[in-house]
Design a binder for this molecule. Sequence first.
Ligand SMILES: Cc1ncc(C[n+]2csc(CCOP(=O)(O)OP(=O)(O)O)c2C)c(N)n1
Ligand code: SF4
Length: 285
Amino acid sequence: MSDVTELIHHYLRHNKKFPHVFCAGCGHGIVLGSLIRSIHGLGLEKDDVCIVAGIGCSGRIAAYVDFNTVHTTHGRALTFATGIKMANPKLKVIAIMGDGDAFSIGGNHLIHAARRNIGVTALVLNNYIYGMTGGQCSATTPQGANTQTTPFGQMEKSFDLVDLTRAAGANGVYRGSVFHVNMLDRLVSTAIERPGFNLVEIISPCHTQYGRKNKYKTAVDMYSWLKHTCVKREKYEAMKPEDRKDKLPIGTFAEHDTKGLEELYADLRTSLCPQPTEAVEGSGK
Ligand SMILES: Cc1ncc(C[n+]2csc(CCOP(=O)(O)OP(=O)(O)O)c2C)c(N)n1
Ligand code: SF4
């Protein structure tokens, strides 16, 4: 059995939940592979991990992997993830969300999860659109882009997920792309390993709903765009401002070692009650 087949058999609910729903060429399948390789590479046991997802094509990933999994409601993955982490801090809790899920309907939960620095890894699969429901615009749809709900071009400005999450106080902020898979594996592994709230924005193209309305008719067109648009952060910062136009930096944007909320909470409990009181035999207590 090849290494890849072994991983598939070990980590996927391959005999229950497949065939998958992703369109051929969708970036979300590449993220699924990266997630599995990262968890495997970190040597985590399946029961050490809890995957929490919202609703969307991206959210289907939770159904396919054989960890503890919770497929929650649209926009609320981080609320469930926060509760799970506070109840069982030993779990590696990973929330998987689309841009609509995380930054449109779920935007409020996202900024507060970052502010609280709760020990959750957030993987945001940004395809600039609501993929599952037919291609409505989201909070990350670029200005001028055509969508089902902006047939004359998006007029609103879009969020920069890296800037927003960094400003909200997350410990770790990263951006990767599904075209740059080795780097993506490294970023996802780092975000899982580190303390506090760590977010990876993953540019994961949807040619079906976004690309075909915006001059990228095929998946290949979208991957070619990723190849030419994404540049490593260090290289991007060394570029002249006029050369940065239409480029997207990828890599590490923030990395702090602050304790996560669940660790601060455990410290507080210890300080309030240094030695657990033992029940006195026969006292009924
Ligand atoms: C409360 C609620 N509102 C709206 C919906 C409908 N809905 C399901 S998925 C989705 C958008 C998904 O887009 P995104 O999160 O970007 O993920 P993608 O499908 O692009 O991966 C919407 C609006 C819902 N299920 N629940
Ligand atoms: S609609 Fe878009 S996001 Fe959904 S599976 Fe197809 S390509 Fe992927």
